[in-house]
Design a protein around this ligand. Sequence first.
Ligand code: ADP
Length: 482
Amino acid sequence: MTGARKEKLLRVSATVGIVGVATLLQWLCWGLIQPALFLFYFPAVVLASIYGDGIVAGWLSVFLAQWLFAPTVELVGLSGQSLRALVFLFSAYMIHALRRSRSRALERLLAGQLQLRHSEARTQRVLENSIDAVVAMDQSGRVIRWNSQAVAVFGYSADEAMGKRLSELIVPEEHRKAHEAGLQRYRETHASRILNQRIEIEGMRKGGDRFPVELAITPIAREAEGVSETEFYAFVRDISERKRNEARLQSAIRGRDDFISIASHELKTPLTSLKLQFQMAERQVASGDARVFLEEAVRKRIDSVNRQIGRMIRLIEDMLDVSRVSTGKLHIERKRFDLSALVREAADRFVEQFKAVGSPLEARIEDGIESFADEYRMDQVLSNLLTNAVKYGEGSPVTLGLESRPEGIRLFVEDRGPGIPPEDQTRVFERFERAVGDGHVSGLGLGLYIAKEIVEAFGGKLTLRSEVGRGSTFTVELPRAE
Ligand code: ADP
């Protein structure tokens, strides 16, 4: 049996039962209550309109009353009896109609409440699962909603936050006055400069830590117990990471721009020198000056051209190495070789350059030290450190050392130049970074970065110990060859 049919049957049975009971009472008390023909049938109709059907109960009562208690009176025609029956039936219809309209109103109310509860639950779910922190406050500025993201972002649990003044929880102290004034202005004039748009401001976590947030505030009008109230919903996003990335990007762009201008300048210098050499030679040839063809003059010129070309090649090689490092394509071929010989050979090669800048080079090289690395790349690292010592040594003695220790091989270049301030000591190993105040010394800011990458590829470490005004020591630590 379907639910509707079952319910109908129940209502009919209830109606019949109620009228039956009324009839029984009427019959038992008839001696006392007559001529009140419908005395017990009135409450029966009321009950039946609740639990069964009031109209069916009304008609059933009329027929039963007529049949059992007033069989001699005609129902049809305007006798007193039939008038009473008509009044009774009218009342039954009225009771039934009243009852139905009440129950419909009740049903509507219940349905409305249910819908409200559903929509509240839906809103709750949506806000709870929002990837943004959702915090809401009432017109007086007290927190009325605090989702789990808000807990994660601001550090207060929902219990701690609910009912507190929002400004005291998440607005930094110096902005609180403006926040409260804005709220007050909205209450009075409904005017606001920040509602319904994305804004970036500073937020505050539990414990006072400040961080940048992006937020959008939406006012929602609400009718509660006849009073209209505005609630303010704020969707808040922690943008610390984004800000950090933006700053990194800005600094990378600045670094790239600086690099382009330095690189152009560095490449132009040898080219200008080459151009001048050739222009001079051209002028000498044009004037018929035979000295230009003398072997010594030609050799001098070739040496100078070679130096300038070598400088350009080194610059270009450095740039290529940087791009190789960042794409993981830096070619390294490791094999066992005599590191002592390599360091000694580099010292010999640089002796003249150190002499030229008035910095005596002291070499303390232990013999017979072997390394398992790339010989060419190792020479590149050492050349870079020695070139820097030439550039920044300021005419003071420079020490080049190689020693074998129980924990590994140690190679160092120590100068007594200007030194590097502590705040720049990490930065100088980064790409395109040059320490401040060295504008007079040429360089791309790539050498130490490449050297560090190479040494680390051998499983070693490149470190710096430096003191401003006292000099710098760059140390390469390598594992032993075995
Ligand atoms: P470059 O020398 O081409 O600028 P490097 O990567 O070799 O690039 O060095 C980065 C920066 O570190 C230099 O610009 C300089 O400011 C600083 N630096 C390197 N070596 C020394 C040193 N021996 N003494 C002082 N500062 C140095």
